[in-house]
Design a protein around this ligand. Structure first.
Ligand code: F6R
Length: 608
């Protein structure tokens, strides 16, 4: 989704803004722009396309001289990607520049009102409404004006505003969309995410919803909508600049795939105490698990796929009913959830609009809520009753890999704790299981050694137009994640099916050369999945089998085998996904795709 950056201080703003926007590229965007307060007034350069194009346009314009400015990467919602729709947007009198992330839901109503007042719109965006409204309501004070403006807005937003008449001042506010402020020395910043402020500072704060923040080189002040000053203790980002850089890898995605052993280790190691998961401090107490009626896991995309694995593992170990639901469906489904239920929401960013809405719905209905989330102080982390952080570190590639693996690891801990609390697992078995969880990073490491083989297979199969992933039980959940990875970064059509479902229709699509990737990691289901494989092979499919069974390639079962090391059936999803992430990655590379910034996708989906 859109990225916002703002700088005020003693340096030239333009390079700081441009650098910040490059670091926010991962969020997904289709246009970009900056506005700088110059001696001649506000100057804006913006363009459809990538940051490189913006950089070139800024150079062609002779640069923008000034020490205060705002910048934006836009992911189109209202109006196509174009130079005119790109942010920043100026008010009619050119005195105010606005950048915005989110959706102003009542923008049409406001637009009509402003048009009646004589304002002319240059773009199709909802954001331009805010720029004109700011001009209309301007009372000589930026903080008071922004408060008056946001009282008129419905929807979600992160907004940054710059003006000509107030040198060095930026005001900003957020509602349900990410925005942080960075504290420097004689210079300060605003941004959508931490990487953008790291060149200046690691000290930051997250304003609460509908606070107005006033940023100048001398300091940052926070106000409530009615003008009361609020204080925020700065947090310290434990990321360094290097963690937001590629570190010698060709793409962030590859780097992050290789960071999975560390991400899983960091997520579990400090939570296993004396051989058992200790989760009280995250709101996951034995009492909660003993009395819980139902567990609802709610998430989107890959986080939901992690939830599907978690559902199977928690049900198997703790014998409590668990549902895994799509957040965008859950929120409008009049869900049967209430006191006595636990809602686990899973989100890498902690800012996904549908997931946050589901969390609020569950809370409203009296359920206890816990967020499994990767971004410290994100909205999900702040709003849930408890938070179990995944310590995957910054994930920059749009396609998630290490955060997904860390989510699985966190869910395994929850499953074991719930099983112990409910008496469905004895302490000795729980200890043995935890030892297996702690052994996962080493085994994931060994799966990374499939890199060259996956590259070879990717070269063989990158021209196939359809791929099917099949599996049963946990393998079906893992198949769904593998399929999503392939389609999102390589644009190859791909579907995941429960092995037994193929014959109910989809098998009609299998023809000579169709690629089928089969997962078979549960010995109890080997024979079933092998029969499914044989039925697709008989119709000409090329089959890659990912298994811990004793199968060899070249026979009538499959064309290629990827062997997994032994581990309990409940944990195999952490291993089977690794070669399939690599396969998706290399297919994307061989098809010439933009791996870290796939078309139409955004890292953090902060709109509905
Ligand atoms: C896929 C992917 C998405 C996210 C989904 C939820 O690779 O990254 O499907 O998993 O948009 O995002 P978070 O976890 O930030 O809520």
């Amino acid at each position: 989704m859109c990225g916002i950056v703002g700088y005020t201080g003693y340096r030239q703003a333009q390079p700081v803004l441009v650098k910040g926007l490059y670091t926010l590229e991962y969020r997904g965007y289709d246009s970009a722009g900056i506005a700088v307060e110059t001696p001649e007034g506000l100057r804006v350069v913006k363009t459809k396309g990538r940051m490189k194009t913006l950089d070139e346009k800024i150079s062609a314009a002779g640069g923008l001289a000034g020490t205060c400015g705002i910048g934006h990467t836009r992911w189109a919602t209202h109006g196509a990607p174009s130079d005119l729709n790109a942010h920043p947007h100026l008010s009619q009198d050119g005195r105010f520049a606005v950048v915005h992330n989110g959706i102003i839901e009542n923008y049409l109503e406001l637009r009509q009102e402003l048009q009646k007042d004589g304002f002319h719109f240059k773009s199709e965006t909802d954001t331009e409404t805010v720029a004109h409204l700011f001009q209309k309501l301007y009372c000589g004070d930026m903080v008071k004006t922004l408060a008056a403006v946001i009282k008129r807005l419905r929807g979600g937003y992160a907004l940054g505003v710059l003006s000509t008449g107030n040198p060095g001042e930026i005001v900003c506010a957020r509602r349900d969309n990410p925005l942080i402020v960075g504290f420097g020395e004689g210079e300060n910043m605003i941004a959508s995410d931490i990487p953008a402020i790291l060149p200046i500072t690691r000290r930051y704060a997250v304003p609460d919803d509908q606070e107005i923040v006033h940023v100048t080189p001398q300091g940052i002040r926070f106000y409530s909508l009615d003008g009361q000053e609020i204080t925020h203790e700065p947090l310290t980002a434990d990321w360094d600049v290097a963690s937001a850089e590629k570190g010698g890898y060709a793409h962030f995605m590859l780097k992050e795939i290789f960071e999975q052993p560390r991400a899983v280790r960091d997520t579990v190691a400090s939570r296993i105490k004396d051989g058992l998961p200790a989760l009280d401090e995250y709101g996951l107490t034995d009492e909660l698990f003993q009395n819980v009626r139902n567990i609802h896991v709610v998430a989107c995309g890959s986080a939901l796929h992690a939830g599907l694995v978690g559902k199977t593992v928690i049900e198997k170990l703790a014998r409590v009913p668990v549902s895994a639901q799509v957040a965008s469906e859950f929120r409008y489904s009049d869900p049967i959830i209430g006191p006595g239920d636990l809602c686990i929401i899973i989100s890498q960013s902690g800012e996904t609009a549908d997931t946050l809405a589901a969390l609020r719905e569950a809370k409203k209905r009296g359920a206890r809520t816990v967020a499994v989330c990767n971004v410290v102080s994100s909205s999900a982390a702040r709003e849930a009753d408890g938070v179990l952080y995944t310590w995957a570190g910054p994930e920059i590639a749009v396609a998630t890999t290490k955060a997904y693996s860390a989510q699985l690891a966190a869910l395994y801990l929850i499953a074991v704790r719930a099983a112990l609390a409910r008496g469905t697992m004895d302490e000795a078995s729980a200890r043995a299981f935890c030892a297996e969880i702690l052994a996962l990073p080493g085994k994931i490491e060994s799966m990374l050694e499939t890199r060259d083989e996956m590259d070879r297979l990717a070269k063989l199969y990158c021209d196939r137009s359809d791929t099917f992933f099949i599996g049963r039980g946990i393998d079906y959940a893992a198949a769904q994640e593998a399929s999503l990875k392939l389609k999102e970064i390589s644009y190859v059509h791909s579907e995941a099916y429960a092995g037994g479902e193929l014959k109910h229709g989809t098998i009609s699509l299998i023809e000579q050369g169709t690629l089928v990737v089969a997962l078979a990691t549960d010995p109890a289901l080997y024979e079933k999945i092998i029969s499914n494989i044989q039925s697709v092979k008989a119709r000409g499919a090329s089959v890659v089998l990912v298994t811990n069974g004793d199968y060899q390639s070249g026979g009538d079962v499959c064309d290629h085998v990827v062997h997994l090391p032994g581990c309990p059936a409940e944990l195999t999803a952490s291993l089977s996904i690794v070669p399939l992430q690599l396969l998706a990655y290399f297919i994307g590379v061989h098809r010439g795709c933009d791996i870290d910034k796939p078309r139409n996708l955004a890292k953090s989906v902060t709109v509905e």
